[in-house]
Ligand binder design. Structure first.
Ligand code: CA
Length: 465
């Protein structure tokens, strides 16, 4: 009897230990691949014809394609601040692209806000950002101060792609606007010499990072923030030669830049497969805002461009894969937001969010599996504080004033039959109009004014303070 009890204890403690280490292993990794200024119609899964993106399409084909996937702002900086905190960036006054000024300790993601990386660190994740940071250049904003364990990339909002153009040692050598595109790449806190096309450098770093985490049996979050296909339009012959049929030189270069990203995505997915991590890794692909006026991108039927609160500025190519957990090859029709990425991964851990800073995003998994019906968001909100512009989405309706509400009163559209926002329903649907405007005003009253100078306008700040 004694022997049996002992055996039972031994077996059960063995099982317990197994379950424990298994549940530990089961914390899913997260890879967020974010492109820069890519058009809604520039991926195969949204119908792109002239630029094949077979690897990016794998994410949608083996997972979910979001038909109405939004970001929280139509330009780089604020959109990324929203994604990285899971909160509307206007809650903390990140209303514009911050000035690139290493001496300014206000121009960046306020340190009081918790980033995705800081939160996941509490669940023992290793966190990396590879690529574009854009959340401030002062030392207090450095990725390694904001929850990341590894950084390979650049601090400013864009970069040149050819290695021989990266001639400045660091931001202290910048003498005029845009020279920050020419600084050397940084690994953690040290500049490194690179010899490859930047997009390939970033893909290499991503694969190295994944392999290292796999070898250490370490769960991780990788934010792979390609600056492609943001300007300057620069591509190498290797990628340009894939597009002999595109006559327009700018579109051809843009296509080559997207193709380089697609190769990188393929290598990331291959690394996951090789290390047998593809079942336990959530992979998200999206652009930080819609296609821009200056990079030959294509927003398809959507109205407007980067910078606009029309769909072309804020609706982006967006897909998510989690093998075995969410359906394969599904199109999800209800609106989702980049803010949801943080809420989704946090829900897979036992980490508690700071009660003073609740998330605006929601965990999407139950909606994708069908466990929850209904819609993830009753309302989605946007604001451009500088231009007094607004937008709100509820059901199929969207109310939008793209510039100066005083001069351009909000227009009401039904996106279910008018995704191009052409037919203003304001006079037909007074009730909906009023309800949406009131909801937006309520939300707006919780938001903060800008807390730092915008890119290139530090004088504004000096005068005000
Ligand atoms: Ca952008």
């Amino acid at each position: 009897m004694y022997k049996l009890t002992f055996l039972f204890l031994l077996v059960s403690s063995f099982i317990f230990a197994q379950t424990n280490s298994k549940s530990d292993q089961k914390k899913p990794n997260l890879i967020v691949i974010m492109t820069d200024d890519m058009g809604w119609a520039d991926v195969g899964f949204n119908g792109c014809k002239d630029i094949p993106t077979p690897n990016i399409d794998v994410i949608a084909n083996e997972g979910v394609r979001f038909e109405e996937g939004y970001v929280s702002f139509p330009v780089c900086g604020p959109s990324r601040a929203g994604f990285l905190t899971g909160r509307y960036q206007d809650r903390f006054g990140f209303t514009t692209n911050p000035s690139i000024n290493p001496k300014n300790s206000k121009s960046g993601l306020p340190v009081e806000e918790e980033t995705l990386a800081q939160v996941l660190r509490k669940a023992d994740y290793n966190n990396a950002i590879i690529g574009k940071w854009h959340m401030g250049t002062n030392a207090v904003f450095h990725p390694l101060e904001r929850g990341f364990d590894y950084f390979y990339g650049f601090l400013s909002g864009g970069h040149n792609y050819y290695p021989d153009q990266l001639t400045l040692n660091d931001l202290s050598e910048v003498k005029e606007k845009w020279q920050w595109y020419r600084t050397k790449i940084i690994e953690n806190r040290t500049k490194v010499e690179t010899d490859d096309y930047l997009t390939d450098e970033l893909s290499d770093a991503a694969v190295r990072y994944i392999n290292k985490q796999a070898e250490n049996n370490q769960h991780f979050m990788l934010y792979l923030a390609y600056n492609a296909p943001h300007t300057p339009l620069q591509a190498t012959e290797k990628y340009l030669s894939r597009f002999p049929n595109i006559k327009d030189k700018r579109r051809k270069t843009y296509a080559a830049m997207v193709s380089a990203v697609d190769d990188g995505v393929g290598r990331v997915l291959e690394a996951l497969r090789e290390k047998e991590l593809d079942e336990n890794t959530i992979v998200v692909f999206l652009s930080d805002n819609g296609g821009a006026h200056n990079n030959a991108s294509d927003n398809g039927p959507l109205r407007g461009l980067k910078g606009d609160l029309f769909e072309g500025g804020i609706r982006v190519p967006f897909a998510m894969r989690w093998k075995g957990m969410i359906p394969e090859g599904k199109s999800y029709e209800k609106p989702v937001s980049s803010l949801d990425i943080m809420a989704t991964i946090v829900a897979q851990t036992e980490v508690k969010i700071n009660a003073d800073r609740p998330l605006d995003g929601v965990n999407l998994i139950p909606f994708l599996t069908g466990e929850a019906d209904g819609t993830p968001h009753d309302y989605l909100f946007w604001r451009k504080w500088e231009q007094n512009a607004m937008a709100i989405r509820s059901g199929n309706h969207k109310l939008v004033s793209n510039r100066q509400q005083v001069k351009n009163p909000p227009e009401l559209y039904d996106l279910s039959n008018d995704m191009a926002e052409t037919k203003n329903l304001k006079s037909d649907e007074e009730k909906v109009y009023k309800r949406l405007l009131n909801e937006w005003k309520k939300w707006d009253s919780e938001m903060k004014d800008r807390v730092f100078p915008t890119l290139g306008q530090d004088k504004w700040w000096t005068k005000k303070n």
